[in-house]
Design a protein around this ligand. Structure first.
Ligand SMILES: NC(=O)c1ccc[n+]([C@@H]2O[C@H](COP(=O)([O-])OP(=O)(O)OC[C@H]3O[C@@H](n4cnc5c(N)ncnc54)[C@H](OP(=O)(O)O)[C@@H]3O)[C@@H](O)[C@H]2O)c1
Length: 387
């Protein structure tokens, strides 16, 4: 019988909506061997939790990908049967019908929410950035290990077909050795038009570009460089960084940092919440024989192009080659990470080999180092461990 993971979703904001929608997608569109069910939704108000469930239950407007009737398969197959609406997150953690909790609250709440879920005996999938800082993450890892529970950062992009294809290309040796890379998540959130309470603007919610956007250039550096067989450095560190302050609230408008993998390669990583991203490339990996450019957006690219070097500095690759890798046949692509969680829990694993906790620790440390070296209001903010 197919293993079914029973989810409790906490928070009813933007990303929880997308995650929940993807649980309704027919697994046949992605060769899945697990199933999902939404057992409970928790919100700061019960009305909001009920509204979230009602929208999934009704015949709503097209989903974020313009798909009409996206919930039909899920409704037919009981994804929402018996789902409970709660006016608190704690009630979700206490629900015996919930196996795993998805955390879709703002960054600065991830630690407290994930800790409470783990202490209540639930497996956890937590949105990025995992926590505000490494100290918070280490406490979660400790609790998860002690209680033998699954814990993972929700870096959904790692599970997309293009992520595997890019790694296969880089490992194949066709492009020669990797020399260096850059990756950039810029997107104009137009912060000046947002209220002070907006999570990109508000320091209390960990606002600014670094914590929100930073996980995405990081994911490409981790996949392309860190996981490359030529890399022997298990602890790549930030060697230079700069943050541009968004004066209105003191968070960062943009951040740039360089990470070095000793005896291998360096990555220059950029985030910016005030400028649009470059459509043709959100990451460029420079190799001996050619470059690889990954098309925007960094959270869900669907195309990369192998670009020959300039004629005065030729590599062995002479022709430009574009390769398409649709993120998914239906839905947004968050179902891959949900499947990974279900598979791991079914198999008794406490972490994912594709998204290991050690790699979350590395990128969390980068965010800490850039923030602490910068001049924003979050520079000296303490972790919530022990509070
Ligand atoms: N993986 C991705 O691609 C992706 C994309 C976007 C965001 N994210 C991550 O997901 C998290 C949430 O982002 P989002 O865009 O979904 O945010 P959002 O739309 O603002 O939703 C956040 C939700 O958190 C809950 N919440 C609890 N305490 C809150 C507080 N003090 N102020 C505001 N909201 C509070 C609210 O839900 P209730 O009222 O129901 O409790 C709110 O709807 C962030 O950490 C972000 O980095 C990930």
């Amino acid at each position: 019988m197919t293993f079914t993971l029973r989810w409790g979703i906490i928070a009813t904001g933007g990303i929880s909506t997308k995650f929940a929608e993807d649980l309704f997608i027919d697994p046949a569109t992605r060769e899945s061997d697990v199933a999902h069910k939404i057992a409970a939704v928790g919100s700061r108000s019960v009305a909001s939790a009920q509204k979230f469930i009602d929208r999934l239950q009704s015949n709503p407007s097209p989903n974020q990908w313009g798909e009409v009737g996206w919930n039909a398969w899920g409704l037919e197959h009981g994804v929402l049967d018996g789902a409970k609406a709660y006016g608190s997150y704690d009630e979700v953690f206490a629900d015996a019908n919930v196996d795993a909790v998805y955390i879709g609250t703002p960054h600065t709440f991830h630690h407290a929410n994930a800790k409470a879920a783990l202490l209540a005996g639930k497996h956890v999938l937590c949105e990025k950035p995992f926590t505000f800082d490494l100290e918070e993450l280490d406490e979660l890892i400790k609790i998860a290990k002690e209680k033998n529970l699954f814990l993972m950062e929700a870096v959904w992009t790692r599970f997309h077909p293009i992520a595997y294809a890019l790694q296969d290309l880089l490992k194949s040796g066709r492009l020669g050795k990797i020399k260096r890379m850059s990756a950039d998540f810029s997107m104009n959130f137009e912060p000046d038009t947002r209220p002070d309470s907006n999570r990109m603007v508000d320091p209390e919610q960990g606002g600014g570009s670094l914590l929100d956007q930073g996980p995405y250039p990081s994911v490409w550096a981790m996949l392309a460089l860190h996981q490359h067989p030529d890399n022997t450095d298990s602890d790549p560190r930030v060697v230079a960084s700069y943050q541009k302050v968004y004066e209105r609230s003191g968070v960062d408008a943009a951040s740039t940092w360089v990470v070095s993998w000793k005896d291998f390669a360096d990555a220059t990583l950029v985030t910016d919440m005030t400028a649009s991203g470059f459509n043709d490339a959100c990451a460029v990996i420079t190799c001996e024989e050619a470059d690889v450019a990954l098309a925007y957006p960094p959270w869900r690219p669907e195309r990369f192009t192998i670009v020959p070097h300039a004629s005065f500095e030729p590599g062995s690759i002479k022709e430009r080659e574009t390769n398409e890798f649709p993120a998914t046949k239906a839905g947004g692509g968050m179902h891959y990470e949900a499947d990974e969680v279900a598979r791991c829990i079914r198999d008794g694993k406490t972490e994912s080999e594709r998204m290991p906790l050690a790699e979350s620790r590395i990128t969390q440390r980068w965010l800490d180092d850039v923030r602490k070296a910068g001049g924003t209001v979050l520079k000296d903010r303490k972790s919530t461990v022990g509070q």
